[in-house]
Design a protein around this ligand. Structure first.
Ligand code: ASP
Length: 501
């Protein structure tokens, strides 16, 4: 035990992740399906309830005392249930619970497969770790950003850092998209057959997300000006919090004298306390990651991977090229750091990003690893990382490009023409900037790209079933890109500060 505690944190997290995956897969294979018939302890109006539960779907047959029979299907994997017939079909369990509260309570308590029962328990336990991270996120961002901006010493440095950060993020996101487009044109996952439906009748994309490009960009500008900064804190809206904190500290600097000194002192005290709290929470990462990975692997339908294997492969190849070639090259050439050593320092954050599928949720860890393990200065990390978690999503941008081209290949039976691919490139960039750093946000934003190239929203149904796994991969790349940006900008900034002094 003592030895385990002494093991470096990233090894502990890796072990937690592998153990979680092993237990989850074991549960999935051994207890992923169940069929129970309940006849006793039911309300008087019901005679029997038969429940078939699996990761793909849950079918419930309810026989009433008067002989009538009702069938319900709750689909889990986004595909049309086989032989659903006259059944009432629900997309989510909560929809079903709302409509049939009594029946759903019976099914929850007595009809779920062991894998789902344990998957639910692991999700709740892992959720505690995520809650702890969320708890520190807002105060950590504010205090860290405030002390970082005040440490910059002037508006000129701030403006320079801002333009560099945006420039870096734009370039790497575009490189990611181009990589994705190249891979999907070479692998052609949608033209390899495999019996996938052209437009599976899956869940339709959120119609709210089907907005124009300009609209998405403009709403980001709107988010930068909170009508009520306190409401932004409560929501929380990271972009609003970032701009307000920068504005507040800038004006404190302009007021100068005692005011600036007091704000700086308060920010530094707050930051020291929040960092200590975050460091303590990070110790729980191995357990949190274990639970989160076990929950996903226990409840994810495995069969669906077969038919979507080429698509997954294309996304994975693109992400791996971007994460292991493009981004390390930037760190090596521009930051003059060893990419391997840097990745090792950032690995607790990267592994947490993988298991939580949330850049925002991981942010406290990313900040702490950057400063404590990778030696990035607070003035850079506190500025570049929160902004990156909000607007820089290389993995999401790449994934969007591959997914839309895959859907187009399925839909049209051929590759999109080059002009359309340029449209995908631009729209994927905007969609990735607009996507929130939370699970599945990229999937929702994809509606913008589908609309731009004239594909129906429903065509997204075919890729829903495996989104969680791809989300885990792309979130890791999102966070890795933020970290690499942080290293590059820190190196440039340090060079300049040295040059001045
Ligand atoms: N889950 C991703 C993130 O938090 C966003 C996405 O869905 O692509 O970075």
């Amino acid at each position: 035990m003592n030895r385990f505690v002494k093991l470096a944190l990233h090894w502990q997290i890796l072990i937690g992740m592998l153990a979680g995956a092993a237990i989850g897969v074991g549960l999935n294979v051994g207890g992923g399906r169940s069929h129970v018939v309940i006849e006793d302890g039911l309300p008087a109006a019901m005679r029997a309830v038969s429940i078939e539960d699996s990761s793909e779907q849950t079918s419930i047959r309810q026989r009433m005392a008067d002989g009538a029979e009702r069938v319900f299907v709750i689909r889990g994997a986004g595909e049309a249930p086989a032989g659903a017939g006259a059944a009432s079909v629900f997309d989510t369990w909560s929809e079903f619970s709302r409509q049939e509260p009594a029946l759903s309570a019976i099914c929850e308590a007595r009809g779920r497969s062991p894998a789902r029962v344990w998957g639910g328990r692991f999700r709740r336990l892992g959720g505690l770790f995520l809650r702890l991270l969320k708890m520190v996120a807002v105060p950590l961002i504010i205090t860290s950003l405030a002390s970082g901006v005040l440490g910059l010493g002037g508006t000129t440095s701030l403006g320079r850092m801002f333009s560099r950060t945006l420039g870096y993020y734009l370039v790497t996101s575009l490189l990611a998209i181009v990589t994705g487009l190249l891979v999907v044109n070479i692998v052609r996952p949608g033209l390899r057959g495999g019996g996938l439906p052209v437009a599976a009748a899956g869940h339709a994309a959120d119609p709210v997300a089907a907005r124009g490009l300009g609209d998405v960009l403009f709403s980001q500008v709107e988010a930068m000006i909170p009508e009520n900064p306190f409401a932004a804190l409560v929501e929380p809206n990271f972009l609003s919090i970032i701009t307000f904190t920068i504005a507040f500290t800038l004006f404190a600097m302009l007021v100068g004298g005692e005011v600036a000194a007091a704000v700086r002192r308060a920010a530094e005290i707050g930051f020291a306390v929040m960092m200590a709290m975050t460091t303590a929470i990070i110790r729980l990462a191995p357990l949190g990651v274990f639970c989160l990975v076990a929950s996903v692997t226990a409840t994810q339908g495995i069969g669906v991977f077969g038919s979507l294997a080429w698509y997954m492969l294309a996304v994975a190849i693109g992400l791996v090229i971007h994460a292991t070639v493009t981004l390390p090259a930037m760190v090596w050439l521009l930051a003059r750091r060893s990419p391997l050593a840097f990745a090792r320092a950032m690995s607790p954050a990267l592994l947490t990003a993988f298991s939580s599928a949330s850049s925002n949720g991981t942010l406290p860890l990313t900040l702490s690893c950057a400063e404590r393990r990778a030696g990035i200065r607070n003035r850079t990390a506190s500025f570049v990382l929160p902004l990156g978690a909000t607007i820089n999503m290389d993995g999401t941008a790449l994934y969007e490009a591959v997914a839309v081209l895959f859907i187009a290949q399925l839909h049209f039976g051929e590759n999109l023409p080059l002009v359309q691919q340029v449209v995908v490139c631009v729209t994927a960039l905007v969609a990735s900037v607009g996507a929130a750093g939370i699970p599945h946000a990229g999937l929702v934003m994809m509606a913008i790209i589908l609309q731009a190239v004239g594909l129906p929203m429903e065509s997204q149904g075919v890729i829903l079933a495996i989104d969680r796994v791809l989300d885990m991969m792309r979130t890791t790349v999102n966070v890795w890109s933020d970290c690499c940006g942080c290293a590059v900008i820190d190196a440039w900034d340090e060079h300049e500060v040295k040059g001045v002094t």
